[in-house]
Design a protein around this ligand. Sequence first.
Ligand SMILES: Nc1ncnc2c1ncn2[C@@H]1O[C@H](COP(=O)(O)OP(=O)(O)OP(=O)(O)O)[C@@H](O)[C@H]1O
Ligand SMILES: [Mg+2]
Length: 388
Amino acid sequence: MNRTTGRYERTIAGSEEVAAFVPAPLPPRDPALAMDRRIAERLAAAERALARLDLAGEMVPSLDWFLYAFVRKEAVISSQIEGTQATLVDLLTFEAARQGSADADVEEVCNYLDALRFARRELADAHGLPLSVRLLNEAHRRLMQGARGANKQPGEIRRGQNWIGGSRPGDAVHVPPPPHLVPDLLSDLEKYLHGDDDLPPLVRAGLAHVQFETIHPYLDGNGRIGRLLIALLLEHWGLLKSPLLYLSLFFKRHRAEYYRRLAAVRTEGDWEGWTAFFLDGVATIADEAVASARDLFAVVAADRARVLALDTASVAAARLFELLPRHPIVSVATAMALLGTSKPTAIRAVESLVAAGVLVETTGRKRDRSFAYQAYVERLRVGTELLT
Ligand SMILES: Nc1ncnc2c1ncn2[C@@H]1O[C@H](COP(=O)(O)OP(=O)(O)OP(=O)(O)O)[C@@H](O)[C@H]1O
Ligand SMILES: [Mg+2]
């Protein structure tokens, strides 16, 4: 593909003079994005998969806990791409404890959740922030809260030159645009998001992600905010009724290709290659989400039957069971709070669920014990294992 996607500008990074890349505004031009057969087929497959996912979302009896699970999974995985070592179980355990302070990795995942929740709420609210650079900045402020983010200029566009890959600017894979150009580049991107071209919205969401990563507007957190942008666009543009699609798992699985395809847009003008990769990701992840929804529901239905068949099953145990999909890790204290009962009643409810083989004690301790809805967590965990 012979297409120029931007220009280079000399800039000073550290003490070196390097060529920074300044991307041309979207959409791809000269030539326009080729919606050839390969891309058209993948687009159709991705759209079909999204329709199936929408349907699955409508059919699940409790979309609420399904969303709860998926959003947490996305937060963990997107943070892991960056190197955060927290697992899904760490996050659920921390949330179940409802007290104490999280370690830095868990804090990072909680911040991602907070940023995502914040941005979705603003977009859904008629008086909230619109889809804009300001919205992303505010999400970034939340993402960078706490110890690790303190020196990363939370919520602010960078004022210095950065680079990606390599030990110094001179051998970097990518030198993003010089800081004085970033505000205008971002406002071009914002205009693109609000404008219209002939490309399908799904394709446009993929283009926007690349453009955002190429601009690399923050000191850190660009990958996470750029992936969050994809999720927001899918929901905001009505590609999905509920936010059930999170691509971080696909990017984590194909991390080398993800980085390579981002770079190839700049170095080879290969928007088509990126688009095919991105659409493939949408189709794959949407299909996996449908399968995972089915699977989780089957587990819950089978376990519910087991709980109800127990001789010792009490109303409290049955109620606690129904709360588990949203609170898959509990302690006696959280069971008490969730049920609003006395300690003995909570203990009996937990014990019944242990007897049914639904809850499993995870600490091995005698005190401050913690119980997991293991079969459920195991299924949810798929893909959230740490990269080695
Ligand atoms: N060659 C490249 N060109 C443009 N963007 C890239 C390139 N390689 C990687 N990226 C993007 O940069 C991100 C890393 O940037 P940064 O460290 O600011 O973000 P992060 O959220 O802290 O990290 P991560 O994405 O690893 O979680 C990658 O996730 C990817 O989205
Ligand atoms: Mg980083």
